[in-house]
Design a protein around this ligand. Structure first.
Ligand code: ADP
Length: 220
């Protein structure tokens, strides 16, 4: 039987990051082959992932035996051992895996992964630190960066846009952000129209360039 089903991902390294990623994929219905060098870690994931195998991912032959080369998507979630991360990524690239994701623990680590040709590099600690900084600074309740300079932010509405239809508030011209959706107690989330009148107790979802959404959510 082929392990690499259509909706399947191989996750190499089941530390805190790899484990959370693998379990979330499983929860959303994706098949996961988890690989880790530690017997304890493998034991802990037994029955939680589609397959869990104890193996050293820096050995090409081992990865081939596990049919990792048949996967379209592989995540290298090894952080602490940078050498293992780089060796593993280079084997996966040699296998021509179409989409490789790798976690980097530092900028130089990420730079090397990028130079090797890894398709997607994530910096979980750095990204989360920056994300939380945005939440700590302002009225933002949630913050998602979409691309390099665009973000979606959940926040409370400033006085300037409360009580008048959005179409008349000139919010885009004045602040450079778009109010895309709003939440009202008892009604839940809904998208906005030009006629929507935001109330003081609402929450809003705004979209725009990072600095614009940030300044807008600091308004009171
Ligand atoms: P986190 O910070 O997310 O916990 P770590 O870098 O500490 O990540 O964990 C990485 C995991 O990868 C560990 O469980 C470790 O056993 C595993 N690992 C490290 N090197 C290899 C390797 N060569 N082959 C397989 N698994 C490895």
């Amino acid at each position: 039987t082929r392990i690499a089903e259509a909706d399947s991902v191989a996750v190499i390294g089941l530390g805190r990051f790899g484990s959370a990623l693998a379990l979330e994929l499983m929860a959303k219905g994706t098949e996961v082959l988890g690989i880790d060098g530690s017997e304890d870690i493998v034991q802990a994931h037994n029955g939680l992932l589609t397959h869990v195998v104890r193996a050293d991912s820096t050995k090409e032959e081992t990865l081939r035996q596990l049919a990792v080369h048949e996967f379209d998507r592989v995540v290298v979630a090894i952080g602490g051992d940078i050498q293992a991360s780089i060796l593993t990524a280079s084997i996966l690239l040699k296998m021509k895996i179409p989409t490789i994701w790798a976690k980097a623990v530092s900028d130089p680590h990420g730079e090397i992964l990028g130079q090797l040709g890894v398709h997607h590099i994530v910096y979980p600690e750095k990204d989360m630190g920056q994300r939380v900084a945005h939440l700590v600074r302002g009225a933002m309740q949630d913050y998602v960066e979409v691309g390099d300079d665009f973000a979606l932010v959940k926040t409370t509405p400033p006085k300037a846009i409360v009580g008048i239809p959005l179409g008349q508030s000139r919010v885009r011209a004045t602040y450079g952000v778009t109010v895309t959706a709003f939440y009202r107690e008892g009604k839940g989330w809904d998208y906005t129209t030009l006629e929507t009148v935001i109330e003081a107790g609402d929450l809003i979802l705004i979209a725009g360039q990072n600095n614009k959404v940030e300044s807008f959510s600091q308004l009171r």
